[in-house]
Design a protein around this ligand. Structure first.
Ligand code: PMP
Length: 444
């Protein structure tokens, strides 16, 4: 691999890196140069097992030729088309394909699809649709959105307003929004396998906020059915059902942010399918194109779409969209991705591996400093006790050590999050667990 060597190392000073301690990174960089299947290769030619599907997005693994070919073909055919009062066939085709498998069942299928360029854009879009819909049905006082502490909904102003991760909020002004308390309850739920038993009562927080503000001020509530960025926080049994019931009782729309859980992560196409709780809007991104081309989509119920298709026919019903909404190249990547998911059964493969994954992860119980292990589908978290003097550094050290030993994990605070590509084999699950276990011992 000639192209992969240090003499090709780039100049580091100009790229202002996102989500990264720039000064620390640039002193000791980790640079990925290539990827294939379950592995990255760094610029020194070392193989790194991908324990995170990139950033929860490369569900079909890396280097998929079918996607590359589809992208190349589309670029040579129609590279771009304007989104203002214009369309192109592939966006309609992709929406129709997504709609055919949209969650919600025959009664409440969420099969109206609005394309965006990312998860953050999907969140902004869903929030605007919710408020616009309420207004269209004569509920114009409903402008407030309820989110959740520690929720992550991207980094747009809409997303940080309804999100509740401290780092994401404290420096910036926000649109007014309220937050339910979060369901993380490590003390009572420590080391539960799958959905935790305790915490359903935290869904009552929605009722509390409705009583506080009045239902007539609230348009929607948004939650990740399973929170990823907060450190893999699972909904207690019955929690999502209770949110749905409370929202219905008060005419509040329910939005599931499925940017991580969409496209097979939990062992069903969507978390909506997995939990059997149907929201009014679903936000997606990431796995929609296997991470290969930036794209997102909002799935809306027909009730919401029809509710907005009113007024004079010449008028734009929802003045919202992006230059890259339904980008032809992204749609081509998305169509190829869906084909791969279908051909390889990847949207349900996590269900087949879930038990093996669960037992493998929980074998780390008893490793030094581990205070909790959580799992669902092909997602997992190993939570470490923070260092008193420097919270958030213990997991980071484990992350660096794992990388040097050929495993990519993700850290958030003192929580290690795992979400491997859905093509993973059992032997690779074993490698993840043994590499991580060794790193935890060395870190102690
Ligand atoms: N919502 C959720 C639940 C996410 O996990 C993320 C990204 N991790 C986003 C929104 C934002 O997506 P993006 O980074 O594509 O804007």
């Amino acid at each position: 691999m000639d192209q992969l060597n240090k003499t090709n190392a780039p100049v580091l000073e100009n790229f202002w890196m996102p989500f990264t301690a720039n000064r620390q990174f640039k002193a000791t960089p980790r640079l990925l140069a290539a990827a294939e299947g379950m592995y990255y290769t760094d610029i020194d030619g070392h193989q790194v097992l991908d324990g995170t599907a990139g950033l929860w997005c490369c569900n079909a693994g890396h280097g998929r030729k079918k996607i590359a070919k589809a992208v190349e073909r589309q670029l040579a055919t129609l590279d771009y088309a304007p989104t203002f009062q214009m369309g192109h066939p592939i966006a309609f085709d992709f929406a129709a394909k997504l709609a055919a498998n949209a969650p919600g069942g025959p009664e409440a299928k969420l099969d109206r699809v609005f394309f965006t360029g990312s998860g953050s854009e999907s969140v902004d879009t869903a929030l605007k649709i919710a408020i616009a819909y309420q207004r269209a049905i004569g509920q114009g006082t409903r402008t407030r959105i309820i989110g959740r502490e520690k929720g992550y909904h991207g980094v747009g102003f809409g997303g940080i307003s309804v999100g509740g991760l401290v780092n994401n909020r404290r420096v910036f002004p926000q649109i007014p929004a309220d937050h339910m308390r979060h369901t993380l309850d490590v003390e009572r739920n420590a080391f539960s396998k799958g959905l935790p038993a305790h915490g359903i009562e935290l869904a009552d927080d929605l009722e509390r906020l409705v009583q506080l503000h009045g239902a007539e001020t609230i348009a929607a509530v948004i939650v990740e059915p399973m929170s990823g960025s907060a450190g893999v926080v699972l909904p207690p049994k019955g929690y999502l059902e209770k949110l749905r019931a409370t929202a219905d009782k008060h005419g509040i729309l329910l939005i599931f942010d499925e940017v991580i859980t969409g496209f097979g992560r939990l062992g069903a196409p969507f978390a909506t399918d997995y939990f059997g709780v149907v929201p009014d809007l679903i936000t997606t991104a990431k796995g929609i194109t296997n991470g290969a081309i930036p794209m997102g989509a909002v799935f809306a119920s027909r009730k919401i779409y029809d509710g907005l298709m009113v007024g004079p026919e010449h008028a734009i019903e929802l003045f919202h969209g992006y230059t890259y909404s339904g980008h032809p190249v992204a749609c081509a990547a998305g169509l190829a991705t869906l084909e791969i998911y279908e051909e390889e059964g990847l949207l349900t493969r996590a269900a087949d591996l879930a038990e093996y994954w669960q037992e493998a992860l929980h074998s780390l119980r008893g490793s030094p400093n581990v205070v909790d292990i959580r799992n669902l589908g092909l997602v997992g978290a190993v939570e470490l006790v923070p260092r008193a003097a420097a919270p958030g550094t213990r997991a980071y050290d484990v992350f660096v050590d794992c990388f040097n030993k050929g495993l990519l994990i993700r850290v958030t605070g003192d929580i290690i999050a795992l979400s491997p590509p859905l093509i993973i084999e059992r032997s690779q699950i074993d490698t993840i667990v043994s590499t991580l276990g060794d790193a935890l011992k060395r870190a102690a």
